[in-house]
Design a protein around this ligand. Structure first.
Ligand SMILES: Cc1cc2nc3c(=O)[nH]c(=O)nc-3n(C[C@H](O)[C@H](O)[C@H](O)COP(=O)(O)OP(=O)(O)OC[C@H]3O[C@@H](n4cnc5c(N)ncnc54)[C@H](O)[C@@H]3O)c2cc1C
Length: 362
């Protein structure tokens, strides 16, 4: 019989204990430590490109989901488990890692990219931009004031706080329904409030949701918007609806979870002339190339319609291979010594120590 739930939890590899080098020119700097960034790093490390990966949140968005059942090779595992596996795989190669925020990207006279954090400055021949996205907010009165006081964007993180209580999930996507299924394991009742005609999860999750509806654990309120979130004693106490539900426009509950989509984090790319579409997504081709030579983008920040871990990983790998080709074609001019010396001396930070056992054999 096939084991349904993976019990294998990989232990994190050795943590961040090297120093990224400001004085060298990296072949590639990957911005973003989500599943896409780590997958790209695994490939660039494997291809022997001098790689630096910089990111704020190790694992990224996938760590916020309790179950992933559509990543090939794993029938079922949690988002954090999957992220850790991919990170460990990348760390098996000789890559440099920096936990931090990229503040700016520039291009210098030698056609190199200059990546700036608050205190540091790194040069690279290519960029793989995998910054993902941030949650869209509802934008209604009470949402901001009651954030983390009943308003949440992550069922996996906050669901257990609502044991035996009533909560709402706003949204109709597969993610919204999946999050509702998780919430229904804790909450007494989950109201899915959706502005459209009908929620649209994957068929398997629709079936699971319908079972929960039959059990009275989930109730779907379609064609309805929340217009206000109200609080009492500083915590969520109810939501106001734009249409009556069971004769009332106010619904009492303890928590409001919001899953109405994402806003791509493309600003830094846009600033150096990378083209984005009307949704703010970076326009890429099948090679994950943007309009700026040497600048690749992949994952949730890119303009691909199906935003899943595996599709983003595929784009990240395409970006890695094409960055490799770009570097090998020498589409850049090596920086002069004075350009490299412009870099400030920095406080030591982090870099991987472990070299791949596989790589060592080669
Ligand atoms: C609730 C939920 C459930 C989901 N379930 C599934 C599922 O079952 N299966 C599936 O395939 N997909 C699922 N997805 C989608 C999947 O999580 C995403 O498609 C995928 O994680 C995107 O990865 P990414 O690396 O592109 O972006 P992210 O994971 O968002 O990573 C972006 C990274 O960039 C970093 N970053 C951003 N800006 C900067 C900066 N300026 N400087 C440095 N670092 C920066 C962030 O900190 C983060 O580390 C789900 C999504 C959600 C929200």
């Amino acid at each position: 019989m096939t084991e349904k739930k993976s019990t294998l939890i990989e232990t994190p590899r050795e943590k961040y204990d090297f120093v990224p080098d400001e004085k060298i020119c990296y072949d590639v700097i990957i911005i973003g430590t989500g599943i896409v960034g780590w997958s790209a790093a695994m490939y660039t490390g494997r291809l022997g490109l001098k790689t630096l990966i910089i990111g704020e949140m190790p694992g990224g968005t996938i760590t916020q989901t309790h179950v992933v059942e559509n990543y090939p090779g794993f029938i079922s595992l949690s988002g954090p488990e999957l992220a850790q596996k991919v990170e460990n795989h990348a760390r098996d190669y000789d890559i440099d890692i920096l936990l931090g925020k990229v503040e700016k990207i520039e291009k210098n006279k030698s056609n190199l990219f200059v990546v700036l954090t608050k205190k540091q400055k790194f040069n690279s021949k290519t960029i793989i931009y995998a910054t993902g996205s941030k949650w869209k907010k509802l934008g209604v009165p009470g949402e901001k004031e009651l954030e983390n006081k009943g308003v949440s964007y992550c069922a996996l993180c906050d669901g257990p706080l609502y044991k035996g209580k009533e909560v709402a999930m706003v949204g109709g996507s597969d993610s919204a329904v999946k999050e509702s299924l998780l919430l229904s394991e804790y909450a007494n009742k989950v109201y899915i409030i959706y502005r459209g005609e009908k929620v649209h999860p994957e068929p398997i999750n629709l079936k699971r949701m319908e079972e929960k509806v039959e059990q009275g654990k989930i109730e779907v309120i379609n064609n309805t918007n929340i217009t206000e979130i109200k609080g009492s004693d500083g915590f969520v106490s109810s939501v106001v609806l734009d249409k009556p539900f069971e004769g009332k426009t106010e619904l009492s509950l303890y928590g409001v979870f919001v899953a109405i989509g994402h806003i791509p984090l493309s600003d830094l790319a846009k600033e150096i002339g990378v083209k984005i579409n009307a949704k703010g997504e970076i326009i890429i081709d099948r090679k994950a190339q943007t309009n700026v030579p040497g600048f690749y983008a992949s994952g949730d920040v890119a303009d691909t319609s199906f935003k899943q871990a595996i599709t983003g990983v595929g784009e990240g790998v395409a970006a890695a291979y094409n960055a490799y080709e770009y570097v090998n074609k020498g589409n850049y001019v090596m920086p002069t010594n004075s350009e490299m010396n412009e870099n400030k001396k920095i406080t030591p930070l982090i870099r991987t120590k472990t070299k791949s056992k596989t790589a060592k054999k080669k």
